[in-house]
Design a protein around this ligand. Structure first.
Ligand code: TYD
Length: 213
């Protein structure tokens, strides 16, 4: 094994989960953490926005308590991500697999639809301080299934407005993945259908991750 291979084999894997609200991405992420731990791997789970001061500030913007433009919000997400990367790097270097709930695909899908996508790309892609994940698992469900799950949580929502929004965001994620393919980016994206059996989807997630290395 060459030095480079040795180093690679010892590093943890950086696995990102994306999906619309109600897709079950967080549950699938927790399930993968369980399966990896059972197979003897060291794993940590994390999320964006983070719990840092910037992450807390972002939540106040998302909650409507503080007003910022969509571009300002995108810059805040990128800054939160840069700080998050320092922590992620540390774990990966220690051989720990890092599972992250949302990453720059969310910025491209959400902020990219509200403002100039090229600016969002500049903030997040081809940067040495924002790592490209080893894999992005997109946990996919139809808008109808997502809505049923959201309603099942007992949340009161404006159903038509939300259905339209969920649909828009889901399509936007697919546009982002298509754009990355067209641009020949090294992002590996795996779309996993989570509308049926949770166990079948979980197995597919596990197999996709095991294929990385
Ligand atoms: P959160 O309550 O964590 O929701 P979820 O369970 O859906 O992940 O809120 C995160 C919100 O932040 C979510 O609506 C997506 C949004 N977001 C962006 O708009 N851009 C980003 O870069 C990230 C990471 C999240």
């Amino acid at each position: 094994m060459s030095n480079k291979d040795c180093e690679k084999a010892g590093r943890g894997r950086f696995i990102v989960f994306e999906g619309i609200d109600g897709s079950g991405k967080s549950s699938q992420m927790r399930e993968l953490a369980k399966r990896l731990t059972k197979s003897g791997k060291k794993v940590i789970t994390t999320a964006e926005p983070t719990g840092s001061a910037i992450g807390v500030f972002i939540r106040s913007v998302l909650g409507g308590e503080i007003r910022k433009t969509e571009e300002e919000l995108a810059a805040l997400f990128a800054l939160d991500r840069i700080y998050h990367n320092k922590e992620i790097e540390k774990y990966l270097g220690e051989g720990i697999d890092v599972l992250c709930d949302r990453y720059y695909y969310s910025s491209l899908a959400y902020q990219g639809s509200e403002t100039d996508i090229e600016r969002i790309k500049k903030l997040n892609l081809d940067r040495s301080d924002i790592r490209v994940p080893d894999i992005c698992i997109f946990v996919d469900v139809s808008t109808e299934v997502a809505l049923q799950r959201i309603l099942g949580r007992g949340n009161k929502i404006e159903i038509y407005e939300t259905a339209e929004k969920l649909d828009r965001v889901r399509k936007r994620f697919f546009d982002v993945f298509e754009m990355m393919k067209t641009e020949g980016r090294k992002d590996a994206v795996c779309i996993v259908d989570n509308s049926g059996s949770f166990g079948v989807a979980a197995e597919k997630v596990f197999q996709s991750v095991e294929k990385i290395r």
